[in-house]
Design a protein around this ligand. Structure first.
Ligand code: HPA
Length: 271
């Protein structure tokens, strides 16, 4: 990744009309309905944006959408890049750097995740308070990182406190029950074994998924305030583990998504 590449990506998007978005939003697996609420949308397919990672077949619908939600200019990633698709940490976080250079001042992130904390149920929303990086690498471990910011990035409060409080307030007001907890990121794409679910519980995870943490690290590198939510799609009970059903995971994400959309939309109004 070079500054010239970033400049070229940004120039392409600006020419398409992506003028100073205020908020960047990353939508996770099964969480695409939010884009239906974008007014005056302009779409850029990932494969057409210079220097974006080349989308894989299963990922052909990935696009960046610019428009307004509740009167604020947004850039929304419909679909994200994952390590399990064979990309590296720098690839999968490239779009975050592009959105930052376009001008976003806040980042909203969503994902589908498994519930490790068995008080939490599938279909519920978890506000991420902290995370554990179990992906075995960092998006900041590259040679010229200091050209883009600090190398040793502080992670004492990676999720913005003010936006977390606002989300909690909105949830209470709108009657949406939300959980709060720690998200652990794994590479995937295989799901976890019973022994791994036991380990995740022991190390303090409340939810597990295959994304988000690299993007959050880069957003911290860029000093972008972040709010992140997990839509819990399955219950990871090692003593009663059922074979995974990816179709069901996607269906549950879709069913819970309106709550996430409501939280994000109300938060946009408050910013
Ligand atoms: N593990 C990892 N990733 C996931 C899960 C899970 O149980 N559910 C949804 N994404």
């Amino acid at each position: 990744m070079t500054q010239t590449q970033l400049d070229e990506s940004v120039e392409y998007l600006k020419k398409k009309g992506f003028e100073s978005p205020e908020i960047g939003i990353v939508l996770g697996t099964g969480l695409g309905q939010l884009v239906d609420g974008i007014e005056n949308p302009i779409e850029a397919h990932y494969n057409h944006i210079p220097h974006f990672p080349l989308a894989t077949v299963e990922f052909h619908s990935g696009k960046l959408i610019y428009g307004t939600i509740a009167g604020k200019k947004v850039a929304v990633m419909q679909g994200r890049f994952h390590l399990y698709e064979g990309y590296d940490f720098v690839d999968i976080t490239y779009p975050i750097r592009v959105m930052h250079q376009l001008g976003i001042q806040k980042l909203f992130v969503s994902n589908a995740a498994g519930a490790i904390n068995l008080d939490f149920k599938k279909g519920e929303i978890m506000l991420i308070e902290d995370h554990i990086n179990l992906q075995g690498g960092s998006p900041l471990a590259f040679k010229n990182v200091s050209a883009f910011g600090d190398r040793f990035v502080d992670m004492s409060e990676p999720y913005d406190l003010d936006m977390r409080k606002k989300i909690e307030g909105i949830a209470q007001k709108e009657g949406i029950s939300i959980r709060k907890g720690v998200y652990a990121s794994v590479v995937g794409p295989q799901l976890e074994t019973k022994a791994e679910y036991r380990m995740l519980k022991m190390v303090g995870a409340d939810a597990v998924g295959m994304s988000t943490v690299p993007e959050v690290i880069v957003a911290n590198h860029l000093r972008l305030p972040i709010v992140a939510v997990s839509v819990l799609t399955d219950e990871c009970d090692p003593d009663n583990l059922q074979p995974v059903n990816v179709q069901e995971i996607i269906a549950i994400a879709g069913k819970a998504e309106p709550k996430m959309i409501q939280l994000f939309t109300e938060l946009i109004k408050q910013l």
